[in-house]
Design a protein around this ligand. Sequence first.
Ligand code: SF4
Length: 324
Amino acid sequence: MANSAKIEMERKIPVGISSCLLGEQVRYNGGHKRSRYCLDVLAECFDFEPFCPEMAIGLGVPREPIRLVGEADQTPRALGTVDSSIDVTEPLLAAGERIARERNHLRGYILMKGSPSCGMERVKVYHPNGMPNTSDSGVFVRALRAANPVLPVEEEARLNDAVLRDNFIARVFAYDDWKTSVEVEPSYHNLIQFHSRQKYLLMAHHYQGYRSLGRFLAQAHEMPLEQAMAEYIQAFMGHMTHRATRKTHTNVLMHMLGYLKKAIDTDCKQEMLESIDQYRLGQVPLVVPLALLKHYLKRYGSEYICEQTYLNPYPHELGLRNYI
Ligand code: SF4
């Protein structure tokens, strides 16, 4: 999964991360969970901003571990594992709200799995009698996501899955595009331009979402700009959390090939169709038909189609499309 190619970026994208994943010794036992993928690969394009909520609320190292405790129908609380009268739920919630507010410039957040503070999902919740009960998200991340629902978040361990990795990194880059092109200079024009270049990427992630946002934008000028932008980005980022599949990528490739219909001859078209079909059948990765498509689009494609972020959603040196 690691890619050692040097990535040329004009600027790195600010992304939050659980401090222990960067090798900081902030875990309850003084250890860390250094992530090679984050440090050796993603750090080439992300400017990581580490944060440890448990250290931030004053729990030192070493410390008594905490865990989530609650009945099945209750929102769990973060309590000490030895002394259950230690309840750090409220300070952790406040830390999540504070980070969402103070680090509004972040384009994504990478979290440590299984943590009662940082875990994104499936963190064990114990019944007050001590038995494992259900699962939930960590307390810090619960507040972070409630305060900033559009922020792309993912657990570091899930980045081992090629599809989830592609999904998260594409979301971070798309959100960065939003921040730098629409949020800094709000206008209906910039909103439409954003949608226009993200169209096929969105189509690959969620076809219905792509259609409904097209309809939304047709009416958007009738509502105040601020409201239109807020509703749009919330829906867009929500649709982008859906995983793109071989089927949805195949659909997008076929749509894009349609732009070359009159420009390329029958043999080239046949070669392109065969390549897309090999991808659909799982015989080659996405990068194969895409390289061919890009080759023809570069020669014969319109400005509109060549500017689709679907063609280059993130630096190609990451090599993510070699695995999906
Ligand atoms: S609270 Fe989060 S950042 Fe701190 S050690 Fe635990 S998982 Fe890592």
